[in-house]
Design a protein around this ligand. Sequence first.
Ligand code: NAP
Length: 522
Amino acid sequence: MKLTGQHFIAGRRTASATETFQAINPANSETLDVPFAEADATEIDEALIAADEAYDALQTASSATIAGLLEAIADGLESVGEVLLERAHAETALPMGRLTGERGRTCNQTRIFADMARNELWRQPRIDEGDPARVPPKPDVRTMLFGVGPVVVFGASNFPLAISVAGTDTISALAARCPVVVKAHPAHPGTCEIIASVITAAVEESGLPAGTFSMVHGKTNRTGAELVQHDKVAAVAFTGSLQGGRALFDAVNQRKNPVPFYGEMGSLNPVFLLPGALELRSDEIASGLIQSVNLGVGQFCTNPGAVLGVEGVHLDAFLSAVKDAAEDVAPATMLHPGIHAAFEQGQQRIASVEGINRVGSSGQPPIADSHQATCNIYESDVSQIGKQEVSEEVFGPSSIVFKCQSTDQMIEYARSLDGHLTATIHGTDQDLKDNAALVRILQRKVGRIVFNGFPTGIEVCNAMHHGGPYPATTHSYFTSIGHHSIYRFTKPVCFQGFPDSCLPAQLKQVDVPASASGCPTP
Ligand code: NAP
């Protein structure tokens, strides 16, 4: 497939700007071919007006049409073939094996949402029948969910397929019958173009309006800000850094009509090593930790960045195993030069804190000019834990082990946490009983608590919750991964006193599913 560097606006490839940018292969710093256009205000306006105009047709389309659109996207991502993976590899340096797996996840999740679009259980119909004989008369009240309107999507650099143009945000918004305008990620614009061409073809095949999907390129913050401030936007889904998410969240809240902004950002994902587990399995936990810290060159929002354990021989054994395991980790290329530079700055920041020492790192040096990161594990007394230099996410293969005097000190730290995506506890059943307060405290602080595992790797399923209190996300109720991510793009509408013949099918007396009186989940 020949790349054009153009936007996709309601089915048309177009680019009017003179301002362009190019992708860089982080493995060799080579500038990749094809200049990509920066979207201007007119193009953003066209995309959002077309999205707004497509909304009504999406509401009246059959469930089979919406499901068919999503299935065609999944099929298209598979049939476009290696060209997609090769371009993603060139733009991100992620290994082909990882990208093949990520395409599988992307297609699977798209098919999950196709099923949800078909069965429409996400609409959660609720019915309170009227009772004219009651004094005063009880009105007939029926409520179900509808798509909220045009959704703007920002994907992240570290998942060029699963959290990008055809990622969960786009797919769940389409399943909820919302038109979508994507801001392509400037670190993998060619990958974005290939995926956008697949979605555009699927929209055309479905017979839905072309404005159902648009994608614009942009490398300046202006493009993102103009998108989220456009009058026709009904909701925004963002996955990326805290800095970017916060800037766009603030921009959304400055709108005349603020709209929901679902920011999914980074996290430190603390790991608590309880004494019983350390005594039984310090080597095993050390090797699992190093694998988790280095998965995808540490470029995961769920990367475990802080580890806490109680001082003593078992923690010493753990640190020694960590040192050995870290030495075996080969340096690897990061997603783009900017992320690599930020990682190096983060390492300098941590190392500059008095009392923090590096206990383990990759045995080999990085290859020059290939933006490689080495794995670095630090140790410190727990007294350093509140310092700003160590309390923020460092995106990359690095973690700090904090030595505590007691489990009470670990619990005290848990109490001081702000919002995180995950927390992990390693322990025995007895450890859990002895430290019941830890789980209770973490319930308030994070979106997912992992027991005797590691936080990286997120199952796409109905019960998954990938979220957490700010600053992990901007709304702790919602998940960005799994079936329930659809609810970000829905709004309830209540029909009071309507004749049965004029109600939506799911709210008609005859069509009410048995589960309607409860709260059916997809
Ligand atoms: P990023 O630099 O924040 O970029 C994400 C998107 O937002 C890009 O399109 C970027 O475009 C745009 N953007 C960033 N700052 C902006 C601003 N001030 N104004 C307007 N647009 C802005 O993040 P990234 O490097 O792609 O991703 C890595 C981060 O994502 C890590 O912190 C990681 O933890 C997080 N992440 C979170 C999750 C999750 O589910 N919670 C999943 C994956 C990754 P420009 O580059 O043009 O600014």
